[in-house]
Design a protein around this ligand. Sequence first.
Ligand SMILES: [Zn+2]
Length: 382
Amino acid sequence: MTIKLFDEDAYLTDFSAVIISVEKEKDVTEIVLDKTAFFPEQGGQTPDRGYLNESPVSDVQIKDEIIYHYVKNEYAESFKVGDTVKGHIDFQHRFSNMQLHSGEHIFSGLVFREYGFNNVGFHLSDNTATMDYDGVLTDEDVLKLETMANEVIVSNKCIFTSYPDEETLKALNYRSKKELSGPIRIVEIEDTDVCACCAPHVKLTGEIGMLKIINRENHRGGVRITYLCGFRALSFYRDALDTLKYLQNTLSAKPGREKEAIKKLSDDNKELAYRNVGLIQSKLSGDITLLEKPIWIGEKEYAEHLRFIINCMHERFSDTVFAFAGNDEDGYRYLIESDSKDLTEISKLLRERFNAKGGGRKDSIQGSAPLKADDISLLFNL
Ligand SMILES: [Zn+2]
């Protein structure tokens, strides 16, 4: 069993330990120490980063209470059983995890107290942090809980950890994701929550800085909440502000007037698109009056105007009318209509010989196919 130095002191960054075993595997070398400050991957949380002597630790795992540190094989020779190593924890990474993990306790404790829902999932990676609950919370519920969580944070409550004896434990009302055996580590947040947990936490809730919910989605009959705490929340806010400033500059919008400016841009855009359709259609109807044969072939950008084109062609030609929009590289979209001919054969040919995807009726077929301009001429001569 590896002695867990992080159990006693979550702030310990440098330690010395004795090497118990060194196993060189295919890609990595596995090192076991008598004690460690490295928190392994467990309970939905990614492992600590840091160094053993000069070697970066790429992974930390735990199995049957033994903690395994992994380093690249090129460092294997520098580790000998019985030697003392110096360990160093990347505290910026660890502290960020402590902020997020402690924030989860506060939020889950409040969800349980206010709604009776259990925290049934927790995921804390270097990019995202989520909490799952076995009941549905609305956006208003989440907003209320977020405010309450931040009230606990600013009240700077103490967070205690302990291994209570069996009797004390029996009398204790605490949250736990699963049935636990052996000594149970209890994490208590003053006046807020009591929970069984093995991870490092901050000592005072004020260190969490803030808790911000950034997403709520339905998940397995309950909800999944994505959230941020502390420095990650700060970093998110910086990025968001950067985006906001970009919008202000691009749209020449005063602070606070961004939504208005975007609405105006969107309305202007719709108006322009509407006018553009008018211009395109007037050009197309002009082009069609010049057609000698009842076939129109044009660029891909006109694909959405095929119905308009065919309608214009019906006015000019009495029999079958063909319209194709596209190019040899991307293929063509088509619309073919006839007042007298049954187009079933053409539709079949397009599907079977030219791999067309589409359908229609006897007198009107449409779709798209990886056609070439030569194929279209061939079809037209049918
Ligand atoms: Zn915890």
